[in-house]
Design a protein around this ligand. Structure first.
Ligand SMILES: Cc1cc2nc3c(=O)[nH]c(=O)nc-3n(C[C@H](O)[C@H](O)[C@H](O)COP(=O)(O)OP(=O)(O)OC[C@H]3O[C@@H](n4cnc5c(N)ncnc54)[C@H](O)[C@@H]3O)c2cc1C
Length: 431
Protein backbone atom coordinates (compact mmCIF):
# COMPACT_ATOMS: atom_id res chain seq x y z
CA UNK A 1 0.00 0.00 0.00
CA UNK A 2 1.14 3.56 -0.68
CA UNK A 3 0.22 6.79 1.06
CA UNK A 4 1.58 10.30 0.73
CA UNK A 5 2.06 10.82 4.46
CA UNK A 6 2.23 8.69 7.57
CA UNK A 7 1.09 10.57 10.68
CA UNK A 8 2.05 8.84 13.92
CA UNK A 9 -0.16 9.70 16.91
CA UNK A 10 -3.87 10.51 16.93
CA UNK A 11 -3.98 13.28 19.54
CA UNK A 12 -5.05 16.79 18.60
CA UNK A 13 -1.72 17.38 16.78
CA UNK A 14 -2.01 14.21 14.68
CA UNK A 15 -5.69 14.75 13.88
CA UNK A 16 -5.13 18.39 12.89
CA UNK A 17 -2.15 17.52 10.66
CA UNK A 18 -4.07 14.63 9.04
CA UNK A 19 -7.14 16.77 8.37
CA UNK A 20 -5.04 19.58 6.86
CA UNK A 21 -3.27 17.10 4.58
CA UNK A 22 -6.46 15.22 3.72
CA UNK A 23 -8.32 18.43 2.86
CA UNK A 24 -5.43 19.37 0.58
CA UNK A 25 -5.95 16.11 -1.32
CA UNK A 26 -3.10 14.02 0.11
CA UNK A 27 -3.52 10.39 1.13
CA UNK A 28 -2.81 10.00 4.82
CA UNK A 29 -2.26 6.96 6.99
CA UNK A 30 -2.82 7.84 10.67
CA UNK A 31 -1.38 5.29 13.10
CA UNK A 32 -2.46 5.43 16.76
CA UNK A 33 -1.14 3.04 19.39
CA UNK A 34 -4.23 3.22 21.62
CA UNK A 35 -7.60 1.64 20.69
CA UNK A 36 -9.07 5.13 20.04
CA UNK A 37 -7.83 8.46 18.72
CA UNK A 38 -8.27 11.62 20.81
CA UNK A 39 -5.03 11.71 22.83
CA UNK A 40 -4.95 13.59 26.11
CA UNK A 41 -7.35 16.28 24.92
CA UNK A 42 -10.38 13.98 24.88
CA UNK A 43 -9.81 13.36 28.60
CA UNK A 44 -9.88 17.05 29.56
CA UNK A 45 -12.82 18.81 31.21
CA UNK A 46 -12.72 22.29 29.71
CA UNK A 47 -9.87 24.30 28.23
CA UNK A 48 -8.21 27.44 29.57
CA UNK A 49 -8.70 30.35 29.27
CA UNK A 50 -12.01 30.15 27.40
CA UNK A 51 -13.49 27.25 29.45
CA UNK A 52 -14.86 25.73 26.25
CA UNK A 53 -15.82 22.09 26.69
CA UNK A 54 -12.81 20.00 25.57
CA UNK A 55 -14.92 17.03 24.46
CA UNK A 56 -17.16 19.29 22.35
CA UNK A 57 -14.09 20.44 20.38
CA UNK A 58 -12.34 17.08 20.21
CA UNK A 59 -15.16 14.69 19.28
CA UNK A 60 -16.06 16.45 15.99
CA UNK A 61 -12.34 16.35 15.08
CA UNK A 62 -12.24 12.64 15.90
CA UNK A 63 -15.31 11.97 13.77
CA UNK A 64 -14.01 14.12 10.88
CA UNK A 65 -10.67 12.27 10.99
CA UNK A 66 -12.26 8.83 11.03
CA UNK A 67 -14.70 9.63 8.21
CA UNK A 68 -12.35 11.60 5.96
CA UNK A 69 -12.11 9.92 2.53
CA UNK A 70 -8.37 10.71 2.29
CA UNK A 71 -7.45 9.46 5.78
CA UNK A 72 -6.95 5.79 6.61
CA UNK A 73 -7.05 5.23 10.35
CA UNK A 74 -5.14 2.38 11.99
CA UNK A 75 -5.77 2.27 15.74
CA UNK A 76 -4.22 -0.11 18.28
CA UNK A 77 -1.21 -0.21 15.95
CA UNK A 78 2.45 0.60 16.31
CA UNK A 79 5.26 1.54 13.96
CA UNK A 80 7.93 -1.16 14.26
CA UNK A 81 10.39 -0.26 11.51
CA UNK A 82 11.21 2.54 9.09
CA UNK A 83 13.70 2.42 6.24
CA UNK A 84 14.42 5.15 3.69
CA UNK A 85 14.59 3.71 0.20
CA UNK A 86 15.27 6.40 -2.41
CA UNK A 87 12.81 9.21 -1.81
CA UNK A 88 10.33 7.02 0.07
CA UNK A 89 10.05 5.47 3.50
CA UNK A 90 9.20 1.78 3.87
CA UNK A 91 7.26 1.43 7.10
CA UNK A 92 6.44 -1.73 9.07
CA UNK A 93 3.38 -1.47 11.29
CA UNK A 94 2.06 -3.97 13.80
CA UNK A 95 -1.70 -4.05 14.28
CA UNK A 96 -2.35 -5.54 17.70
CA UNK A 97 -5.18 -8.05 18.08
CA UNK A 98 -8.37 -6.70 19.69
CA UNK A 99 -9.80 -10.26 19.81
CA UNK A 100 -12.90 -8.56 18.43
CA UNK A 101 -13.60 -8.36 14.71
CA UNK A 102 -13.49 -4.60 14.09
CA UNK A 103 -15.68 -4.77 10.99
CA UNK A 104 -18.36 -6.84 12.73
CA UNK A 105 -18.44 -5.01 16.11
CA UNK A 106 -21.24 -2.42 16.33
CA UNK A 107 -20.13 -0.97 19.68
CA UNK A 108 -23.36 -1.99 21.43
CA UNK A 109 -21.54 -2.84 24.69
CA UNK A 110 -23.46 -6.07 25.38
CA UNK A 111 -20.15 -7.89 25.86
CA UNK A 112 -19.24 -5.39 28.60
CA UNK A 113 -22.58 -5.88 30.34
CA UNK A 114 -22.00 -9.62 30.84
CA UNK A 115 -18.25 -9.62 31.57
CA UNK A 116 -17.72 -10.47 35.27
CA UNK A 117 -14.18 -9.00 35.51
CA UNK A 118 -13.55 -5.50 36.88
CA UNK A 119 -10.16 -3.75 36.59
CA UNK A 120 -9.13 -0.05 36.79
CA UNK A 121 -10.30 1.92 33.76
CA UNK A 122 -7.35 3.62 32.03
CA UNK A 123 -9.45 6.41 30.49
CA UNK A 124 -10.65 7.45 33.97
CA UNK A 125 -7.16 7.02 35.49
CA UNK A 126 -8.45 4.27 37.75
CA UNK A 127 -11.25 6.34 39.37
CA UNK A 128 -13.71 3.64 38.30
CA UNK A 129 -13.44 0.19 36.80
CA UNK A 130 -13.88 -1.31 33.36
CA UNK A 131 -14.52 -4.85 32.20
CA UNK A 132 -11.98 -7.23 30.63
CA UNK A 133 -13.85 -6.75 27.35
CA UNK A 134 -14.46 -3.06 26.92
CA UNK A 135 -14.98 0.01 24.77
CA UNK A 136 -12.31 2.46 26.00
CA UNK A 137 -14.78 5.32 26.55
CA UNK A 138 -18.20 6.49 25.39
CA UNK A 139 -16.97 8.60 22.44
CA UNK A 140 -14.15 6.22 21.44
CA UNK A 141 -13.30 6.44 17.76
CA UNK A 142 -13.62 3.87 16.38
CA UNK A 143 -16.30 2.75 18.84
CA UNK A 144 -15.20 -0.87 18.89
CA UNK A 145 -14.65 -3.26 21.78
CA UNK A 146 -11.40 -5.03 22.61
CA UNK A 147 -10.42 -7.76 25.03
CA UNK A 148 -7.70 -7.30 27.61
CA UNK A 149 -6.39 -10.85 27.58
CA UNK A 150 -4.22 -10.29 30.68
CA UNK A 151 -7.38 -9.98 32.78
CA UNK A 152 -9.82 -12.12 30.76
CA UNK A 153 -10.91 -15.31 32.56
CA UNK A 154 -12.08 -16.95 29.31
CA UNK A 155 -15.60 -17.53 30.61
CA UNK A 156 -17.03 -17.07 27.10
CA UNK A 157 -19.94 -14.86 28.26
CA UNK A 158 -19.00 -12.05 25.83
CA UNK A 159 -18.90 -14.52 22.96
CA UNK A 160 -22.42 -15.72 23.76
CA UNK A 161 -23.80 -12.18 24.27
CA UNK A 162 -22.38 -10.62 21.09
CA UNK A 163 -25.19 -10.23 18.52
CA UNK A 164 -22.66 -10.00 15.67
CA UNK A 165 -20.38 -12.95 16.54
CA UNK A 166 -17.51 -10.49 16.62
CA UNK A 167 -15.51 -12.07 19.46
CA UNK A 168 -12.47 -13.89 18.09
CA UNK A 169 -9.98 -15.23 20.63
CA UNK A 170 -7.84 -16.58 17.79
CA UNK A 171 -7.02 -13.20 16.28
CA UNK A 172 -3.27 -12.75 15.66
CA UNK A 173 -1.12 -9.61 15.45
CA UNK A 174 -1.03 -8.36 11.86
CA UNK A 175 2.09 -6.98 10.11
CA UNK A 176 1.38 -4.27 7.58
CA UNK A 177 3.93 -2.74 5.19
CA UNK A 178 3.39 0.62 3.55
CA UNK A 179 5.37 3.09 1.44
CA UNK A 180 5.06 6.78 2.29
CA UNK A 181 6.68 9.95 0.99
CA UNK A 182 6.84 11.76 4.33
CA UNK A 183 6.19 11.21 8.03
CA UNK A 184 4.81 13.49 10.74
CA UNK A 185 5.61 12.60 14.35
CA UNK A 186 2.73 13.63 16.64
CA UNK A 187 3.30 11.22 19.51
CA UNK A 188 2.70 13.79 22.24
CA UNK A 189 3.77 13.62 25.87
CA UNK A 190 3.72 11.36 28.90
CA UNK A 191 2.38 12.54 32.23
CA UNK A 192 4.85 12.73 35.10
CA UNK A 193 4.19 9.63 37.24
CA UNK A 194 3.31 11.21 40.62
CA UNK A 195 4.59 8.24 42.62
CA UNK A 196 8.10 9.37 41.63
CA UNK A 197 7.71 12.38 43.93
CA UNK A 198 7.61 10.12 46.99
CA UNK A 199 7.21 12.89 49.58
CA UNK A 200 3.84 13.82 48.05
CA UNK A 201 2.20 10.58 49.17
CA UNK A 202 0.78 9.30 45.87
CA UNK A 203 1.63 5.61 45.92
CA UNK A 204 -0.54 4.24 43.08
CA UNK A 205 0.31 4.52 39.42
CA UNK A 206 -1.07 6.98 36.87
CA UNK A 207 -4.00 4.71 36.12
CA UNK A 208 -4.65 3.29 39.57
CA UNK A 209 -5.68 5.02 42.75
CA UNK A 210 -6.98 2.17 44.85
CA UNK A 211 -3.37 1.30 45.73
CA UNK A 212 -2.78 4.85 47.00
CA UNK A 213 -1.88 5.04 50.68
CA UNK A 214 -4.20 8.07 50.67
CA UNK A 215 -6.74 8.02 47.78
CA UNK A 216 -7.64 11.65 48.52
CA UNK A 217 -4.33 12.66 46.97
CA UNK A 218 -4.99 12.63 43.23
CA UNK A 219 -3.18 13.83 40.11
CA UNK A 220 -4.33 16.56 37.73
CA UNK A 221 -5.65 14.24 35.02
CA UNK A 222 -7.83 12.52 37.63
CA UNK A 223 -9.11 15.99 38.57
CA UNK A 224 -9.80 16.67 34.86
CA UNK A 225 -11.93 13.53 34.81
CA UNK A 226 -13.75 14.45 38.06
CA UNK A 227 -14.60 17.85 36.54
CA UNK A 228 -15.46 16.69 33.00
CA UNK A 229 -19.09 16.70 31.78
CA UNK A 230 -18.54 12.98 31.06
CA UNK A 231 -17.15 12.46 34.59
CA UNK A 232 -16.95 9.05 36.28
CA UNK A 233 -19.13 10.03 39.29
CA UNK A 234 -22.35 12.02 39.11
CA UNK A 235 -20.90 14.83 41.26
CA UNK A 236 -17.47 16.02 42.31
CA UNK A 237 -16.63 13.46 45.02
CA UNK A 238 -13.32 12.56 46.56
CA UNK A 239 -12.21 9.01 45.73
CA UNK A 240 -11.35 7.98 49.32
CA UNK A 241 -14.90 7.91 50.70
CA UNK A 242 -17.22 9.55 48.17
CA UNK A 243 -17.55 12.74 50.26
CA UNK A 244 -17.83 16.17 48.59
CA UNK A 245 -14.36 17.73 49.10
CA UNK A 246 -15.00 21.09 50.75
CA UNK A 247 -11.38 22.14 51.06
CA UNK A 248 -9.02 21.42 48.17
CA UNK A 249 -5.38 22.29 47.44
CA UNK A 250 -3.41 22.22 44.20
CA UNK A 251 0.33 21.57 44.29
CA UNK A 252 1.91 23.13 41.21
CA UNK A 253 5.15 21.98 39.59
CA UNK A 254 4.75 18.35 40.74
CA UNK A 255 7.50 16.72 38.70
CA UNK A 256 8.45 19.83 36.76
CA UNK A 257 11.06 22.50 37.46
CA UNK A 258 12.39 19.88 39.84
CA UNK A 259 15.92 18.52 39.44
CA UNK A 260 15.33 16.07 42.31
CA UNK A 261 13.14 14.02 39.94
CA UNK A 262 15.30 14.67 36.88
CA UNK A 263 13.01 17.18 35.18
CA UNK A 264 14.15 20.80 35.32
CA UNK A 265 11.72 21.86 32.56
CA UNK A 266 8.63 24.00 33.11
CA UNK A 267 5.48 22.19 31.98
CA UNK A 268 4.04 25.42 30.54
CA UNK A 269 0.45 24.34 31.18
CA UNK A 270 0.27 23.34 34.84
CA UNK A 271 -0.24 26.91 36.17
CA UNK A 272 -3.09 27.58 33.80
CA UNK A 273 -4.77 24.16 33.97
CA UNK A 274 -4.70 24.39 37.79
CA UNK A 275 -6.25 27.87 37.71
CA UNK A 276 -8.87 26.45 35.33
CA UNK A 277 -9.52 23.46 37.61
CA UNK A 278 -9.83 25.78 40.63
CA UNK A 279 -12.48 27.77 38.75
CA UNK A 280 -14.38 24.64 37.71
CA UNK A 281 -14.17 23.32 41.27
CA UNK A 282 -15.72 26.52 42.65
CA UNK A 283 -18.62 26.06 40.22
CA UNK A 284 -19.07 22.41 41.22
CA UNK A 285 -18.73 23.08 44.98
CA UNK A 286 -19.77 26.74 45.45
CA UNK A 287 -19.12 26.68 49.21
CA UNK A 288 -15.70 25.05 48.74
CA UNK A 289 -12.33 26.58 49.63
CA UNK A 290 -9.36 26.36 47.25
CA UNK A 291 -5.66 26.99 47.80
CA UNK A 292 -3.04 26.91 45.04
CA UNK A 293 0.58 26.36 46.10
CA UNK A 294 2.91 27.80 43.46
CA UNK A 295 6.49 28.89 42.79
CA UNK A 296 5.58 31.47 40.09
CA UNK A 297 2.40 31.85 38.08
CA UNK A 298 3.40 31.69 34.43
CA UNK A 299 0.38 33.24 32.72
CA UNK A 300 2.13 34.02 29.45
CA UNK A 301 -0.50 33.43 26.73
CA UNK A 302 -3.32 35.43 25.23
CA UNK A 303 -5.93 36.13 27.91
CA UNK A 304 -4.06 34.04 30.54
CA UNK A 305 -3.24 36.90 32.96
CA UNK A 306 -6.85 38.12 32.85
CA UNK A 307 -8.05 34.56 33.49
CA UNK A 308 -5.71 34.20 36.47
CA UNK A 309 -6.80 37.57 37.92
CA UNK A 310 -10.46 36.68 37.49
CA UNK A 311 -9.98 33.39 39.39
CA UNK A 312 -8.03 35.20 42.13
CA UNK A 313 -10.87 37.68 42.53
CA UNK A 314 -13.28 34.79 43.04
CA UNK A 315 -11.49 34.07 46.32
CA UNK A 316 -9.07 31.31 45.35
CA UNK A 317 -6.11 31.56 47.75
CA UNK A 318 -2.59 31.56 46.24
CA UNK A 319 0.30 30.61 48.55
CA UNK A 320 3.84 31.06 47.25
CA UNK A 321 6.15 28.20 48.16
CA UNK A 322 7.32 24.79 46.99
CA UNK A 323 5.44 22.12 48.94
CA UNK A 324 7.92 20.04 50.98
CA UNK A 325 5.70 17.06 51.74
CA UNK A 326 2.14 15.82 52.00
CA UNK A 327 1.26 13.76 55.05
CA UNK A 328 -2.02 12.12 56.03
CA UNK A 329 -4.25 12.64 59.07
CA UNK A 330 -7.50 10.65 59.48
CA UNK A 331 -7.69 10.12 55.71
CA UNK A 332 -7.11 13.82 54.98
CA UNK A 333 -3.98 15.04 53.20
CA UNK A 334 -1.87 17.55 55.14
CA UNK A 335 0.32 19.95 53.13
CA UNK A 336 3.61 21.10 54.64
CA UNK A 337 5.16 24.12 52.94
CA UNK A 338 7.46 27.05 53.53
CA UNK A 339 5.51 30.16 52.62
CA UNK A 340 8.24 32.11 50.83
CA UNK A 341 6.41 35.40 51.28
CA UNK A 342 6.27 35.15 55.09
CA UNK A 343 9.19 32.77 55.66
CA UNK A 344 6.89 30.66 57.89
CA UNK A 345 6.57 26.87 57.76
CA UNK A 346 2.85 26.20 57.31
CA UNK A 347 0.89 22.98 57.77
CA UNK A 348 -2.68 22.72 56.54
CA UNK A 349 -5.19 19.88 56.34
CA UNK A 350 -7.40 19.42 53.24
CA UNK A 351 -10.18 17.11 52.09
CA UNK A 352 -8.38 16.51 48.81
CA UNK A 353 -5.05 17.47 47.23
CA UNK A 354 -4.46 17.64 43.49
CA UNK A 355 -0.90 17.14 42.26
CA UNK A 356 -0.45 19.36 39.20
CA UNK A 357 1.82 16.96 37.35
CA UNK A 358 4.24 17.96 34.62
CA UNK A 359 4.56 16.86 31.01
CA UNK A 360 7.42 14.50 30.13
CA UNK A 361 8.73 13.45 26.73
CA UNK A 362 7.68 10.37 24.77
CA UNK A 363 10.79 9.43 22.79
CA UNK A 364 9.83 5.78 22.12
CA UNK A 365 9.95 6.18 18.31
CA UNK A 366 13.18 8.16 18.11
CA UNK A 367 15.46 5.20 17.45
CA UNK A 368 13.15 3.53 14.91
CA UNK A 369 12.87 6.79 12.96
CA UNK A 370 16.50 7.83 13.43
CA UNK A 371 15.33 11.23 14.69
CA UNK A 372 17.40 13.03 17.31
CA UNK A 373 16.00 13.98 20.69
CA UNK A 374 17.17 16.76 23.04
CA UNK A 375 18.63 16.03 26.51
CA UNK A 376 15.09 15.82 27.93
CA UNK A 377 13.93 13.23 25.39
CA UNK A 378 11.76 15.58 23.29
CA UNK A 379 12.21 15.46 19.50
CA UNK A 380 14.85 17.99 18.42
CA UNK A 381 14.04 20.90 16.17
CA UNK A 382 17.32 21.76 14.41
CA UNK A 383 15.82 24.98 13.01
CA UNK A 384 13.42 25.77 15.83
CA UNK A 385 13.06 29.53 15.23
CA UNK A 386 12.58 29.52 11.48
CA UNK A 387 11.54 26.00 10.49
CA UNK A 388 10.06 24.40 13.63
CA UNK A 389 8.49 21.34 12.00
CA UNK A 390 11.62 19.87 10.43
CA UNK A 391 13.79 17.21 12.08
CA UNK A 392 17.32 16.03 11.33
CA UNK A 393 15.85 13.48 8.85
CA UNK A 394 14.69 14.89 5.52
CA UNK A 395 11.03 14.02 5.00
CA UNK A 396 10.27 13.52 8.70
CA UNK A 397 8.41 16.35 10.43
CA UNK A 398 7.23 16.86 14.00
CA UNK A 399 4.34 18.67 15.69
CA UNK A 400 2.75 19.30 19.06
CA UNK A 401 4.01 18.24 22.47
CA UNK A 402 6.36 15.71 20.87
CA UNK A 403 8.89 18.59 20.79
CA UNK A 404 8.22 20.15 24.23
CA UNK A 405 5.35 20.82 26.64
CA UNK A 406 2.81 23.22 25.20
CA UNK A 407 -0.89 24.08 25.21
CA UNK A 408 -3.54 23.15 22.67
CA UNK A 409 -3.55 26.37 20.58
CA UNK A 410 0.24 26.13 20.07
CA UNK A 411 -0.10 22.41 19.31
CA UNK A 412 -2.77 23.02 16.68
CA UNK A 413 -0.78 25.85 15.06
CA UNK A 414 2.30 23.61 14.87
CA UNK A 415 0.32 20.71 13.43
CA UNK A 416 -0.97 22.88 10.58
CA UNK A 417 2.57 24.19 10.02
CA UNK A 418 3.97 20.65 9.90
CA UNK A 419 1.31 19.66 7.36
CA UNK A 420 2.13 22.70 5.22
CA UNK A 421 5.87 21.98 5.33
CA UNK A 422 5.17 18.35 4.51
CA UNK A 423 3.14 19.38 1.44
CA UNK A 424 5.94 21.70 0.29
CA UNK A 425 8.45 18.86 0.74
CA UNK A 426 6.37 16.32 -1.22
CA UNK A 427 5.91 18.82 -4.06
CA UNK A 428 9.62 19.56 -4.08
CA UNK A 429 10.89 15.97 -4.14
CA UNK A 430 8.08 14.82 -6.45
CA UNK A 431 6.78 11.29 -6.43
C1 LIG B 1 -4.02 17.92 33.44
C2 LIG B 1 -3.83 18.64 32.13
C3 LIG B 1 -4.75 19.60 31.74
C4 LIG B 1 -4.56 20.31 30.55
N1 LIG B 1 -5.46 21.29 30.23
C5 LIG B 1 -5.24 22.03 29.12
C6 LIG B 1 -6.12 23.12 28.79
O1 LIG B 1 -7.10 23.40 29.51
N2 LIG B 1 -5.84 23.87 27.67
C7 LIG B 1 -4.74 23.63 26.88
O2 LIG B 1 -4.53 24.35 25.90
N3 LIG B 1 -3.90 22.57 27.15
C8 LIG B 1 -4.14 21.78 28.23
N4 LIG B 1 -3.29 20.72 28.51
C9 LIG B 1 -2.22 20.40 27.53
C10 LIG B 1 -2.80 19.48 26.41
O3 LIG B 1 -3.09 18.22 26.97
C11 LIG B 1 -1.77 19.32 25.27
O4 LIG B 1 -1.43 20.60 24.76
C12 LIG B 1 -2.32 18.51 24.08
O5 LIG B 1 -3.06 17.39 24.50
C13 LIG B 1 -1.15 18.05 23.22
O6 LIG B 1 -1.63 17.26 22.14
P1 LIG B 1 -0.66 16.27 21.32
O7 LIG B 1 -1.44 15.77 20.18
O8 LIG B 1 0.64 16.96 21.05
O9 LIG B 1 -0.30 15.10 22.33
P2 LIG B 1 -1.19 13.92 23.00
O10 LIG B 1 -2.50 14.43 23.45
O11 LIG B 1 -0.28 13.31 24.03
O12 LIG B 1 -1.45 12.89 21.81
C14 LIG B 1 -0.43 12.01 21.36
C15 LIG B 1 -1.09 10.79 20.72
O13 LIG B 1 -0.07 9.95 20.15
C16 LIG B 1 -0.30 8.61 20.54
N5 LIG B 1 1.00 7.92 20.54
C17 LIG B 1 2.00 8.07 21.42
N6 LIG B 1 3.05 7.29 21.07
C18 LIG B 1 2.68 6.65 19.94
C19 LIG B 1 3.33 5.70 19.11
N7 LIG B 1 4.57 5.28 19.35
N8 LIG B 1 2.66 5.22 18.03
C20 LIG B 1 1.40 5.66 17.76
N9 LIG B 1 0.73 6.54 18.52
C21 LIG B 1 1.37 7.04 19.60
C22 LIG B 1 -0.92 8.72 21.92
O14 LIG B 1 -1.62 7.53 22.27
C23 LIG B 1 -1.85 9.93 21.72
O15 LIG B 1 -3.09 9.55 21.18
C24 LIG B 1 -3.45 20.01 29.71
C25 LIG B 1 -2.53 19.02 30.09
C26 LIG B 1 -2.72 18.35 31.30
C27 LIG B 1 -1.71 17.31 31.72
Amino acid sequence: MEYDVLVVGGGIAGMEASLTLGDAGFDVLLVEKDPSIGGHMIQLSKVFPTTDCAGCITTPKMAATAKHPKIKLLTYSEVKGVEKVGKKFKVRILKKPRYVDEDACIGCGRCEDVCPVLVPKEFEYGLIGRKAVYIPFEMATPKKALIDLDNCIMCGRCERACPKEAINFLQEPEEIEVDVKAIIIATGYNLFPPERKKEYGYTGSLTTIHTNANPNIIHAMQMERLLAPSRPYNALLRPGDGKVPEKVAFVLCTGSRDKSVGNPLCSRVCCMYSVKQALLYTSAVPFGEVTIYYMDIRAFGKGFEEFYNMVKELGVRFVRGKVAKIESRNGNPVVVVENTETGEIEEEEYDMVVLSVGLLSNPELAEILGVEVNPYGFFSQPEESTNPAITNVEGIFVAGTATCPKDIPDTVAEAAAAAAQCIAYIKEVGS
